[in-house]
Design a protein around this ligand. Structure first.
Ligand SMILES: [Zn+2]
Ligand SMILES: [Zn+2]
Length: 144
């Protein structure tokens, strides 16, 4: 079974050094990739996320950890509520404060300068774990 339909897979560029999957198809004026999906023009990153990860719960928006809007790597996306997305944009928000004292990610990797991805809200994500997740999605992307 093909995880990604050919017409979608063909529009995803090769991995950049930052691990982004650039959308090679149409890019909207807002910077997000678009693709015709179920006869509707849909945000490309949402389509790829749903194909490789699963349905995005109703009402949730996708926050790009990499800040690259036309990137369709599911490992660079997090579904968040609109309120949370706005709050992240406005920062600082409670979760950043709650987790500020943690020195290691849930898998035991240190949150040091090199291994920390800072979200726009100031909260952190482990780079090793993120890379592992990206590798899993990349394998899924290639699998037939
Ligand atoms: Zn990206
Ligand atoms: Zn980790």
């Amino acid at each position: 079974m093909t995880v990604l339909p050919d017409r979608v897979a063909a529009k995803i560029g090769s991995l950049g050094t930052d691990g982004c999957w650039p959308w090679l198809g149409y890019i909207n004026g807002d910077g997000y990739g678009r693709v015709a999906w179920h006869r509707r023009s849909t945000q490309a990153h949402r389509v790829v996320y749903e194909l490789l990860v699963g349905p995005i719960p109703e009402g949730l928006q996708i926050d790009h950890l990499c800040r690259v809007r036309h990137c369709v790597n599911p490992g660079h996306m997090e579904p968040v509520s609109q309120a949370e997305n706005l709050r992240r944009g406005a920062g600082p928000w409670p979760a950043a404060a709650i987790n500020r004292d943690k020195t290691h990610c849930p898998h035991g990797h240190a949150y040091d300068e090199v291994n920390t991805i800072r979200r726009s809200d100031g909260s952190r994500r482990c780079r090793i774990c993120n890379r592992n997740q990206c590798a899993a999605y990349a394998a899924k992307r290639r699998s037939i």
